[in-house]
Design a protein. Structure first.
Length: 355
């Protein structure tokens, strides 16, 4: 019996095995372009094989993270733009492990849909490939799941999984953060991949269309709201080669208040000077459209700062200048002070003009 005959019953149920196999063949060259020296096998095996560069580490520790893109995908469906969310997928996981000083080694993806649209799926994979290249890690495998009646027509979901490695004595966990250290904020590319349930609500209420020019910019609404999450791997690896980083923060869900506190010893407080960095127009629009205070904005969004490094004061400007050379905007946005009693550990100072 020919394979097309064997597949017929499943195809009648809504799953096209042949189309899935064809898709895998189609993306093989894309995936192979991410391969590093550690990749042992080609895509298509039951599991991805990777030989870690053990000679680069004296006491290696594995670091792993998993994440998704969230409801930002709903805007990708609405605008029919699919080449950026794959970058988001990679960024959300790799940024989480570089926070601990890890070097990303490899990445796996999970793509699930009701009916496989090869063109859309390839656009997503192209984004994942681009993200892996930026993160300097290999895409060694994944899963493409076709599940009829499980997802709305034209929709899909994404999950990503990243594994990295760091020397045990170079793990960055915030334990060395102390009074007098300063916070260096690295610019975000936009909203990144958090807060999109609110973003979508405000967009729906605004009356704007995807091709309209976004207020305060020369870009379209679709371009601004689907701008992919910035990947900070190169910036962190470059800086950490020359300076000790006491703590790092990936500003994701929960904004400033919930993320900075994750790397602070109980005895200190992070005092952040609001307005010490450039705030992209998208955040001013979200604040006005939603009638939000800046305190609420900083609880929900990155508000222009996607990543934070905590370093000694005497090296702060050297780090800022290095980041500028890497074309990464950054600012000294605050300092570590002694905590008073049981006060909240993240204190945002606003000027009178902002208040």
């Amino acid at each position: 019996m020919h394979s097309s005959q064997r597949d017929k019953a499943y195809k009648d149920a809504g799953v096209d095995i042949g189309a899935g196999n064809s898709f895998v063949s189609r993306i093989k060259p894309l995936v192979a372009s991410t391969y590093t020296k550690g990749v042992v096998n080609d895509i298509g095996g039951f599991g991805g094989l990777f030989k870690p560069p053990m000679s680069m580490f004296s006491d290696p520790v594995l670091v792993a993270s998993t994440d998704g893109v969230g409801t930002k995908l709903k805007l990708a469906f609405l605008f029919d733009v699919h080449h950026t969310v794959g970058i988001d997928l990679v960024a959300m996981s790799v940024n989480d492990i570089v926070v601990q000083g890890a070097r990303p080694l490899f990445f796996l993806d999970y793509f699930a849909t009701g009916r496989l649209d090869a063109d859309k799926a390839e656009a997503v994979i192209k984004g994942i490939v681009q993200g892996c290249r930026e993160a300097q890690c290999a895409l060694i495998g994944g899963e493409t799941a076709e599940m009829p009646d499980f997802y709305a027509d034209g929709e899909y979901d994404l999950s990503g999984f990243c594994v990295g490695m760091v020397d045990n004595d170079r793990i960055v966990d915030g334990s060395t953060v102390g009074v007098g250290d300063v916070l260096i904020g690295l610019a975000s590319s936009g909203v990144h991949s958090n807060g999109y349930s609110l973003v979508r609500k405000l967009y729906a209420e605004s009356g704007l269309g995807p091709e309209d020019i976004f207020p305060g910019t020369d870009r379209t609404v679709a371009e601004v709201l689907l701008e992919p999450t910035r990947i900070y791997v190169e910036a962190v690896r470059n800086v950490s080669r020359d300076w000790e980083i006491h703590g790092m923060v990936h500003v994701t869900g929960g904004g400033f208040y919930d993320n900075i506190v994750r790397v602070l010893p109980k005895t200190v407080t992070a005092k952040v000077r609001f307005g010490s960095w450039d705030i992209p127009p998208v955040f001013a629009w979200l604040r006005e459209q939603g009638g939000l205070s800046w305190e609420e904005m900083l609880q929900i969004f990155n508000s222009g700062i996607g990543y934070i490094m905590i370093v000694k004061k005497d090296v702060a400007m050297d780090v800022v200048h290095r980041l500028a050379a890497l074309k990464q905007d950054s600012w000294v946005i605050g300092e570590i002070i002694e905590r008073v009693g049981e006060e909240e550990q993240v204190r945002i100072e606003f000027s009178e003009e902002v208040c």
